[in-house]
Design a protein around this ligand. Sequence first.
Ligand code: NAD
Length: 444
Amino acid sequence: MTPDTARIHDEIVRRNPAEPEFHQAVAEVLGSLEPVLARHAHLRELRLLERLCEPERQVMFRVVWTDDHGVPRLNRGYRVGFSSALGPYKGGLRFHPSVTLGTVKFLAFEQIFKNALTGLGLGAGKGGADFDPAGRSDGEVMRFCQAYMTELYRHIGPHTDIPAGDIGVGTRELGYLFGQYKRITNRFDAGTLTGKAHTIGGSHVRTEATGYGVTYFLEAMLATRGDTLDGKTAVLSGSGNVATHAAAKLHDLGATVLACSDSTGTLHDPSGLRLDVLHEIKTARRKLDAYPELVPHARFLPGTTPWDIPCDIAVPAATQNELDESDAIALTKNGLRALAEGANMPCTPAAIDVFRDAGIAFAPGKAANAGGVATSALEMRQNASRERWDFPTTDQHLATIMREIHDTCLTTADEHDRPGDYTAGANIAGFLTVADAMTTLGIA
Ligand SMILES: NC(=O)c1ccc[n+]([C@@H]2O[C@H](COP(=O)([O-])OP(=O)(O)OC[C@H]3O[C@@H](n4cnc5c(N)ncnc54)[C@H](O)[C@@H]3O)[C@@H](O)[C@H]2O)c1
């Protein structure tokens, strides 16, 4: 960072204490904007950076619901609208016990650049709650979602703020959330929430979109090096929405997926994960350690991560800061060629330095996992026009968008003397788009 951007960062740390993930996300962006600020001095005069790093709005609220024994339970809900310069706030909801205001702010901040890169007119937001859906009955999840929406509904709408899913929030939760929204507002405003089930206005491919999109991005990265996914080995972390759909598309494109994980350990199948078995286990809401009961040559390794398994391709798709410097060194030594972040900010800054120094193709989450929000925009488009696109048409749109994001990152990095640096390309391209809109909208 330059002394100027370091001063801005210090001030953000002072004004937002105890939010290390937010500080980390801001530092990464500020660190790559140096070539832009040198060229566009007027952006500093307009205090664009300071304005961009302050959320437009932050809502925190009490969520009270009753468990299956009639006992009242208490959680804290959040929704942060970070930037509406390009369109209504857009970003998912995370239900996980680790969620704090700082988590939501870092995710919403990342979303600014991601959403700008899609070129689909989306502002940025994120939300969630410290609710843990693990081990909760269907009825408990439904009552929690209804209680959460009973407050959230007044802050959202198809032209204001459009939530979607994230960790712990999938089609089931979005159905309960939308049901309550519809009940309270007396309106079937399908475009208020995306990632819905198909029967209530959801788009084909939205469920698969983030994982498929990461894989399309990897395909484009390898193509610039005259390579393909065919015959490659891959490891992923997580075994949720992003990980399982990335695994499926990697498999379709000829790669062998050797491992995935959850918060308790890693599942390693040296002959390639059986995706049908994985699907069966996940559908039954069982843990990954059930897999070796059905595929005896596979092993579940409690308390480990997948990063010491030799592979060509890695896709961290679980959570933030899950892959550190020592993991990056292990992957690099074992022959890694490319890594695309499926999760948001899964690699620590020191890990990213290792990949950069080793010349490994590295795609940041704000570019590589943008397929989810891009397909959400396609869902909004279908909801507004009351059209229904079929699966192949929607998938084709997604593949095109991911290739365009890839090319934008690469071209922008080149133009700013950072050839091959997808992180710099993503941050600079996203920033310039939002800065232009903020300038056009006037000072506010
Ligand atoms: N769902 C989307 O469309 C979308 C879009 C963009 C980015 N993301 C990001 O992708 C990541 C995964 O989201 P998802 O939608 O697949 O969630 P999910 O709830 O479907 O799955 C999360 C997975 O991560 C695992 N996990 C959680 N904490 C872990 C830990 N500490 N160590 C190891 N594994 C852990 C869980 O066991 C689960 O398998 C998140 O960072 C999310 O922000 C999701």
